[in-house]
Write a protein that binds this ligand. Structure first.
Ligand SMILES: *Cc1c(COP(=O)(O)O)cnc(C)c1O
Length: 379
């Protein structure tokens, strides 16, 4: 298949292709917002919240400014604050830990399972103290965390569970959508996420009507009415323009997710037989492949060789949170060997809702040429 190709470069994420396909509808949505000037709150936000809730099968979805705000609003609405410890996996984007700090609580970093790269429930048990009030499992790379074990521990210890769903729109665990499993879920619509705005946007999902109402209020200055405020809140609303643009994109999410799944299966079939380590999801998890991650030795050399051959790659993430300078002094130093080993070895290959099988085949040829771990190409 790749023999006849004229490909010279495969980008890490091809947003240009997606935007070109949707351009007329996106422009129409932009003009609708110009015409009705519903910039803050209003019908576009309400419509997107309703559509997203329906897509997930969750009773309440509350739009907010971004994914980081979604997590901190959910934590705050669940009553987490100063003096509370919140357990967070160390291998994640900085925002998971930041959100805990934003509500005045203390993040406690936890190791990951080396196969799924998500929070290790056994290490979660080791990190519990009398001050532990919440856990934030991250469905990293679009792979649902081992929620059965995590929810059982949370029930035993009365922990709030805020799912970080920023990378996992429509992923399921034993048939249930992530963001509907814990106390609440926090989603990001950062442009490169599986469902991306043309700017910043986020969403909190929950089946608890009181928690949803608190998030609405906290995101909007603690408002009771226009100029009456009974809580100190924030300005972390979802704006009408992003909501209108996301409403155009949402109906395509299922087809983009199917493409990601097909490409991930293709990568698995080509790379696993060559001895390359890839993600193994927990039992019952159906991932949405926000990122396709392999492990390599001598990553800087591999990145450079792939870049020279036209394959753009990423590293998610090179520094685990417990080793980030920003968190230094906030916690005792702990070795988290699985998170540290993964951070040194992970490499993300191109994947997105618009990548073609031909492009994936071309990427595999370059990767196998670069690594040739068993001296043959596989597939
Ligand atoms: C993107 C991301 C966030 C933060 O979302 P923003 O919209 O960028 O604030 C949080 N957690 C994870 C795992 C993410 O990937």
């Amino acid at each position: 298949m790749s023999g006849a190709t004229t490909l010279q470069r495969v980008p890490f994420v091809n947003l240009a292709r997606q935007i070109e396909r949707l351009r007329p509808e996106l422009v129409a949505a932009f003009e609708a917002v110009l015409d009705d000037r519903a910039f803050i709150k209003g019908p576009h936000v309400a419509a997107f919240e309703a559509a997203f809730a329906k897509a997930l099968g969750v009773p309440h979805a509350v739009g907010c400014a971004n994914g980081t705000a979604a997590l901190s609003l959910a934590l705050e609405a669940a009553g987490i604050g100063p003096g509370d410890e919140v357990i967070v996996p160390s291998l994640t984007f900085i925002a998971t830990g930041e959100a805990v700090c934003h509500v005045g609580a203390t993040p406690v970093f936890c190791d990951i399972d080396p196969d799924s790269y998500t929070l290790d429930p056994e290490d979660l048990l080791r990190r519990l103290t009398p001050r532990t009030r919440a856990v934030v499992p991250v469905h990293l790379y679009g792979t649902p965390a081992d929620m059965g074990a995590i929810l059982a521990i949370a029930a035993d210890h009365r922990l709030v569970v805020i799912e970080d769903c920023a990378q996992a729109h429509l992923a399921t665990y034993h048939g249930r959508t992530v963001g509907t499993l814990g106390t609440a879920g926090g989603f990001s619509f950062f442009p490169g996420k599986n469902l991306g705005a043309l700017g910043d946007a986020g969403m909190v999902t929950t089946s608890d009507p009181d928690l949803a109402e608190s998030v609405v209020k906290l995101a909007d200055h603690g408002r009771l009415s226009k100029y009456e405020h009974d809580r100190i809140g924030h300005n972390q609303r979802l704006d009408g323009l992003q909501a209108a643009l996301l409403t155009v994109k949402l109906p395509h999410l299922a087809e983009w997710t199917e493409r990601r799944r097909r490409i991930a299966r293709y990568y698995d079939a080509r790379l696993r037989p060559a001895g390359i380590k890839t993600i193994v999801p927990p039992a019952g998890a159906d991932p949405v492949h926000h990122l396709y991650v392999i492990e390599v030795d001598d990553r800087p050399a591999v990145v450079a060789r792939l870049a020279a051959s036209g394959v753009e790659t990423g590293v998610h993430y090179p520094i685990p949170l417990h080793l980030q300078p920003a968190f230094r002094g906030r916690h005792g130093y702990e070795r988290l060997p699985n998170a540290e080993r993964a951070a040194a070895r992970v490499l993300s290959l191109p994947i997105c809702g618009e990548i073609t099988v031909e492009e994936a085949a071309w990427v595999c040829d370059r990767v196998l040429d670069t690594l040739h771990p068993t001296g043959r190409r596989g597939g």
